[in-house]
Design a protein around this ligand. Sequence first.
Ligand SMILES: [Zn+2]
Length: 374
Amino acid sequence: MRIKLENGKLISGMGSANKTVDMVIEDGIISMIGDATEINADKTVDCSGKFIVPSVTDIHTHVYPGKTALGVEADEIGINQGAGTIVDAGSAGCDDYPEFYEEVIKKAHTSVKAFINYSKIGLTKDGMELSKISYFDEDKLTGVIEKYPQSIVGIKLRASASVVGDLGIEAIKRGVNFARRVKLPVMVHIGNYPPAIEEILPLLGKGDIVTHIFHGKNGGILTEKGSVKSIVRQKYEEGVIYDIGHGSASFDFGTAERGIKEGIIPFTISSDLHARSFKTKLRSLSEVMTKCLICGMEERDIIKAVTLNPTRITGGTSHIFEGQRAAIAVIEVLPIKSSYNCNTGKSYTSDRSFNISLASDKNGNIREISSQVV
Ligand SMILES: [Zn+2]
């Protein structure tokens, strides 16, 4: 099967920004990038005005439906929506990771990676996973991390009162110290405090990830007067990665607008799609991209935040080159209006909407994606 993508704007880590090219993909391998006018194909896709990008990557999802109430099927929110790579955020801890690997990672057409939960029970009991010392089994966790180095990209910690219970910040400190020993980054979820962001952020360094950065709950990134807290700016400048993690109640338009206006640009945009957000609060990653556009993020930064930037976390390739197994997507910005209501009742509208129209699965097979924009 030979597929030709015509006249797309190439965005790749090799710095070929906005160069208009054709791309030919033959049985999952990129056979040429350049001018393919003379080449015949089984299928030709017009990519005029669209971006050909490295695999769209969603670094915060929940895709372990067999064992967790939050889980949805990986391909349903992955490749079927154009995200060729997704990362599960802590559904499995060391007790369940081998099964998660066999049942989810191996079977999915989407490339699935994981932040393994610091707690051995992960999200299988639906909460409080960091509230008991007996849930921490560092020897077993180390063994699992050593056995699955290709798929485990970091350690997940949820820093919410409803998760850590009486252990408070102590649970987060233990998790971060463990991550330092095994040389992996942490992804820390922030939400209802305690622990407060002022206690959490000082523990983190370059390459660690904070997800739900623009949640609008008490104790978030803004001061009472509504400006960005100095510790938030300091850690941003030190290279802590700020991630969206939209979820069911973790994206606040007002907070996002303020943060972006003050120069806090999320490095990654993720959906946090799970059984309680998918379809009811959020349809797709492309919808989160459109919301970020509404809140003042630049189109180009948004595209990077779902393609080039997440490869720094997943270890995926940000380059697109001939001879490579296709790990690509086509992103378009359509002149279609999108409107959203914030929980304050205020309505936010964009006259442009992001859509992912084509993507490759983990074997390089190209799929056209049904539109995410209605
Ligand atoms: Zn989540």
